[in-house]
Design a protein around this ligand. Structure first.
Ligand SMILES: Cc1cc2nc3c(=O)[nH]c(=O)nc-3n(C[C@H](O)[C@H](O)[C@H](O)COP(=O)(O)OP(=O)(O)OC[C@H]3O[C@@H](n4cnc5c(N)ncnc54)[C@H](O)[C@@H]3O)c2cc1C
Length: 391
């Protein structure tokens, strides 16, 4: 069946797609979301998302924060250090007149809160579940979105003035006019919940090791571990039994949180830097992880995606319905996002390259950098502002 709608269609009902849908709804713009999975499929996903203070403000504005806040852990201090080297830096929320430098929440809890808020707010958002989009065709007048559903033996087609790809970058790779540039780090992230001897006291630890950065983020009464390194190195630590794994973790991390007592289910994902080149067709726009994927070293990726969603909602709300999907409007959107996205990508790539190798002299440089950060309030202010609100 072919159906024509006069409003935007979002492909992918992940957190970025749903934040966009809620903000369009708030602006009085109707929206249809096409999601491949069934309702609630991600509620059990424990991956820890690091939310910036700016993302908290967005969730407050959308009425989502009050729903999810009981499941969120505040980061009040960030402790940055390097293995086998001097220098460390402390960033404190109190120094910057912020209630927190960021927050940790599980992907599943955030999805549940977004769904609950959508159920509360009612009209304006239509979510179709279990409808994987298979194809997107864009011409000069509209976008045609082809998707499968259990209800129909043939694929359905939705024609819209604006198709917004928010699929996390995992399915719609080959769309004419969209060219992706990808750099594979050859590194993986190993993630899991760890129980430590000492309480976290709302401190997030970022530690640079010669193998790659690692982070411990306070999450409930435990820490979420993000341990990155070359794939062969992660293969080795992933193969360890729990006792040896905890010992290796202690060795890499040091004594700051006492002994590592327990590790939950370990997950793993490959790390890459991916971005779209500046060629965009009309009637189609890409946001969130689908538009840019970053190394998780500074917890930026998800927050950049949320800022995409907010900027696009603002752009659509400020346009007349006849302009939705118009090339000049999408160009304005891309221009408004270029600086923030570009800086996020450069910053995380820089951290990975400079902070994760053992070249002679680089360790000293890192130490000097951390020392400077520790000594210079202006440098800390700059960093905290960028982490909270982007560029
Ligand atoms: C395996 C993995 C683990 C990660 N772990 C961490 C972590 O520990 N910490 C962290 O900060 N970040 C992590 N990230 C990154 C983080 O998940 C992303 O920054 C965030 O999820 C981006 O949100 P999004 O809405 O853009 O995309 P996603 O969360 O990927 O959401 C995309 C949505 O689109 C749907 N979809 C996909 N294809 C289609 C299609 N063809 N048709 C319809 N719907 C479709 C999906 O079902 C999904 O609901 C991880 C990423 C991956 C892939």
């Amino acid at each position: 069946m072919k159906q024509t709608v006069s409003h935007p269609v979002v492909i992918g009902g992940g957190p970025v797609g749903l934040v966009l849908a809620l903000s369009l709804q708030q602006a009085g713009v109707p929206v249809t979301v096409l999601e491949a999975q069934q309702p609630g499929a991600m509620y059990g996903d424990g991956r820890a998302l690091a939310l910036s203070y700016g993302t908290r403000q967005v969730l407050e504005q959308l009425g989502v924060w009050s729903v999810v806040s009981s499941k969120v852990t505040a980061i009040e201090t960030i402790h940055v250090s390097q293995q086998k080297g001097f220098g460390r830096a402390l960033l404190k929320a109190s120094e910057h007149q912020l209630p927190a430098l960021g927050y940790v929440v599980s992907y599943g809890a955030l999805m549940q809160a977004l769904d609950a808020r959508m159920a509360e707010t009612g009209a304006g958002i239509e979510v179709r579940y279990e409808v994987p989009v298979k194809q997107l065709h864009v011409d000069t007048s509209a976008a045609e979105v082809t998707y499968e559903s259990a209800a129909a033996s043939n694929p359905d087609v939705l024609v819209t003035p604006l198709a917004i790809i928010a699929d996390g970058g995992r399915s719609l790779e080959a769309i004419p006019g969209l060219v992706r540039e990808t750099k594979h780090y050859g590194h993986d992230a190993l993630v899991g919940l760890v129980q430590t001897e000492l309480p976290h006291r709302n401190i997030a630890y970022e530690r640079f090791t010669p193998f790659g950065p690692m982070a411990l983020l306070p999450n409930g009464d435990q820490f979420s571990l993000v341990w990155t390194g070359e794939q062969a190195y992660i293969d080795q630590i992933a193969a360890l039994d729990d006792a040896d794994f905890l010992q290796a973790l202690h060795q890499a991390f040091g004594d700051r949180v006492g002994k590592f007592l327990q590790i939950g289910k370990r997950g793993r994902f490959p790390l890459k830097l991916s971005k779209l080149e500046q060629t965009f067709p009309a009637h189609c726009v890409v946001i969130g992880n689908a538009a840019q994927t970053m190394h998780p070293v500074a917890g930026q990726g998800f927050n950049v995606g949320i800022r995409d969603a907010m900027a696009l909602a603002k752009n659509i709300a400020a346009s007349s319905a006849a302009e939705w999907g118009a090339a000049h409007r999408l160009t304005e959107y891309h221009q408004s996002r270029a600086r923030d996205t570009g800086r996020g990508l450069i910053f995380t790539d820089f951290l990975v390259n400079v902070f994760s190798n053992d070249l002679i002299g680089v360790g000293l440089l890192r130490g000097a950098g951390l020392g400077a950060l520790s000594l210079l309030p202006a440098a800390r202010r700059f960093l905290v502002s960028k982490m909270s609100y982007g560029s």
